[in-house]
Design a binder for this molecule. Structure first.
Ligand SMILES: CC(C)(COP(=O)(O)OP(=O)(O)OC[C@H]1O[C@@H](n2cnc3c(N)ncnc32)[C@H](O)[C@@H]1OP(=O)(O)O)[C@@H](O)C(=O)NCCC(=O)NCCS
Length: 196
């Protein structure tokens, strides 16, 4: 499912998981696998992300800008979901915080499942594997940045114990808007009597 639309205003929201304990354990359905990045996968990554969100301008340069050129690091951190027919149908990366406030945090980066395979529990399995990989890499907490139009992804992250990051005042309004649209989010210390 692509949740973004061409003209929707994109509001960035950030979610945090302050620990990586008690991770939900969703197994891959039978016949599916995960495999790590291999040289030559950049185009495959572009194909998956483009299929999952055709409105995003995505290219090999996007991959390079996000993940650099270090094949060893990519092999450790980037995973692909393999369908029973061996096609690659999803991806997610157990990345690292980009400095500043996020120094030392793990980052869930560019999670996507191609539309034909969505809604089958694969996103849950992929996100669980990504968080476990972060933990294996030594991280104790994780964050991610997404857009408020991505309801499916946000629901998934909330199910996995991520919570809204409310560091910026504007974030609270974005989360209230999501709650008003039916996203089951708890907004800490929120005054629900205020207009959203
Ligand atoms: C987010 C995404 C990876 C989920 O993948 P998926 O394989 O469909 O996910 P699952 O089938 O495992 O579903 C996991 C949860 O996602 C949420 N979800 C999935 N499809 C949904 C939909 N159509 N509407 C609302 N929530 C939905 C639900 O919380 C669901 O859990 P539930 O089945 O217990 O209700 C997929 O929708 C996708 O690639 N979206 C486009 C790209 C994107 O937005 N990526 C995130 C960038 S931060």
């Amino acid at each position: 499912m692509s949740t973004a639309t061409p003209n929707a205003p994109l509001v960035r929201v950030c979610l945090v998981r302050p620990h990586l304990e008690a991770l939900p354990d969703f197994a891959l359905p039978a016949g599916f696998d995960l495999r790590p990045y291999q040289p030559g996968d950049r185009d495959r990554w572009v194909g998956i992300v483009h299929a999952a969100d055709p409105f995003l301008p995505i290219s090999v340069a996007t991959h390079e800008a996000a993940f650099g050129q270090d094949a060893k690091s990519l092999a450790e951190r980037q995973q692909f979901l393999v369908a029973p027919d061996r096609q690659l149908i999803g991806t997610a990366t157990a990345w690292h915080g980009e400095g500043g406030r996020w120094q030392g945090w793990g980052r869930v980066h560019w999670l996507a499942v191609v539309p034909a395979w969505q809604g089958k529990g694969l996103g849950k399995a992929l996100l669980g594997a990504t968080l476990r990989r972060l933990r294996e890499l030594g991280y104790t907490r994780a964050y991610l940045i997404t857009e408020s139009v991505r309801f499916a992804a946000i629901r998934l992250y909330l199910q996995f114990g991520f919570a809204p990051d409310l560091t910026q005042v504007a974030d609270r309004a974005a989360w209230r808007d999501l709650r008003n649209r039916g996203v089951p989010v708890q907004i800490p210390a929120d005054d629900t009597t205020e207009p959203s």
